[in-house]
Design a protein around this ligand. Sequence first.
Ligand code: NDP
Length: 316
Amino acid sequence: MADNVIVIGSGPAGLTAAIYLARAGLSPFVYEGFQSGGMPGGQLMTTGAVENFPGFPKGVDGQLLMSDMKEQAARFGARMSMEDVSGVDLSARPFKVTSMSGETKQCRSLIVATGATARRLPLESERRLWTKGISACAVCDGALPIFRNKPLAVIGGGDSAIEEAMHLTQFASKVYIIHRRDELRAGAIMRKRASEHPKIEILWNKVVEEFVGDSVLVSLRLKDTKSAQMSELKVSGAFEAIGHVPNTSFLAGQLQTSDTGYIVTKPGSTAASVDGVFAAGDVQDSKYRQAVTAAGSGCMAALDAERWLVRQGEQL
Ligand code: NDP
């Protein structure tokens, strides 16, 4: 028998959808994921303290927040499996969802909330010092005490890099933007803002060869891409802003995506291009990418799916 709704993903979007669906009596089934696209619970599982999620004046540990969301969904009857989805068949209803174990489940409606993976520099020193001065989200981590009044670096030359750098100027003594070319990818307005900001300095034609530090980041070893000359830059924090990859490969092109791979939803709704399929969180959002906006869109997807099922006259 087909489930009313399957949710793929267990970050703030997927679990908020599950809480709402479960409370509505729809008994959702959640594929939490296992490895593909990051760990179950999403990007907050690898963030330290979350200080901007409303309701936690003293901040909350990212892992704790996600385990509490999971417990909340389970309390209302959401069923969950810590498995990756390997493929879906959206060509006919009920939809089919196949997991890595080879099991196929059917569902009347589907919510895709698989998030996006922040691109990271493939360096051993980056892995070692991750969350110890290295982050992929200035909005999430920039205000932490370890970064206050210290020189910080943002790596990348796109709109995100400039936005992150601008955000960090509130806390940092100075913000370096480290870009591998001699021209920013960011749009004209952002380029102007960065070049005019007194706290921002752009280091052109530079790549990070190594993140230096024992227990915390203390400096970056930089290489000039033109002269191959090496230099050392003392910073207490480095924020990678080298793009995100939405986790959609299991969809095999069955939903419309933007030219950067994000699932396209109808404006003002979470409806994806296939009737009965909804998308929430970072997999459909290249702009805001916050835990609270992901949770908000997960709520929207649950309400959209519930109303869609009612409209279909589907047996709930
Ligand atoms: P982008 O893909 O636009 O930019 C990524 C940047 O990282 C590029 O400058 C790229 O360099 C650099 N980069 C990629 N890989 C590496 C690497 N291995 N080493 C060093 N540098 C690397 O990603 P963004 O996240 O900035 O933006 C994604 C989308 O979201 C864009 O369409 C953007 O316009 C949009 N956006 C809009 C905002 C707004 O309107 N306010 C805010 C944020 C994002 P190179 O340039 O050489 O390729």
